[in-house]
Ligand binder design. Structure first.
Ligand code: FES
Length: 228
């Protein structure tokens, strides 16, 4: 059977068996700037499908522990199922273009290193700026940012099929679920979202762009601190 993530109405994410669950940590420099992704521990994903908390109130994060029922979680989905590109602004540089769908931002802040991805795109006739723009866009877990060559080739990082609860080290909070490698996401109504190489799913329960992260976790008490 096809591996996928299914949104349970007013409940957690149901994840097909066989999809690995592995923590991802934002590695920072001495000023707290996001520098690189660090692989964290691998969780038990078991032989069966498993459930990841979407409401933010589980005492056993990243897993669901049933608390969503007690708090009568309303897990309404707000996000559009339109293609990613339809929501993008396009920044045209001399050698590459940057597609930017701001609604998907999860504020992992890799795009701010050095001159930043937007300026680096505009300066992409310089090889080191071009390299920086591609790196920063590829580090964007949310898939908000994508670099496209002038020949129309979409540059995507090679990502394994897995899910990573994010640790936002500088902010001191749990971040969203980073879904990698083109795993299908089925809404509570049975309709499928656009399949993408990378996306970040809300797990604080507060996103106004549910099921995608909209940075609400930064201000959620239940998301302070890190997962074990
Ligand atoms: S979705 Fe079940 S405890 Fe959060």
């Amino acid at each position: 059977m096809k591996k996928k993530i299914k949104i349970i109405p007013n409940g957690p994410y149901e994840v097909s068996k066989g999809i690995p669950l592995k923590k991802a940590i934002i590695g920072i420099d001495s000023r707290g700037t996001s520098e690189k992704w660090i692989e964290g521990r691998e969780y038990e994903s078991g032989e069966e499908s498993y459930y990841l908390c979407r409401c933010g109130h589980s005492s056993n994060k990243p897993y669901c522990d049933g608390t969503h029922e007690k708090i009568e979680f309303e897990g309404k989905e707000y996000a559009s199922k339109e293609p990613y590109v339809d929501g993008c602004k396009v920044f045209e540089g001399p050698t590459i273009d940057l597609y930017d769908n701001e609604e998907l931002c999860a504020s992992m802040r890799f795009c701010d290193r050095g001159k930043g991805v937007w300026q680096a795109t505009m300066d992409s006739d310089d090889p080191s700026s071009k390299k920086l723009a591609i790196q920063e866009a590829c580090d964007c877990a949310a898939g908000r940012l994508t670099v496209v060559t002038k020949d129309g080739e979409v540059i995507e990082p090679k990502l394994p099929e897995e899910i990573s609860p994010i640790q936002d080290t500088a902010a001191g909070v749990r971040g969203p679920l980073w879904v990698k490698g083109g795993i299908e996401l089925e809404g509570a109504d049975g309709e499928v979202y656009e399949v993408r190489n990378r996306m970040t799913l809300c797990r604080c329960g507060e996103s106004k762009n549910m099921p995608y992260c909209d940075i609400s976790h930064m201000n959620c008490e239940q998301m302070q601190g890190f997962d074990k």
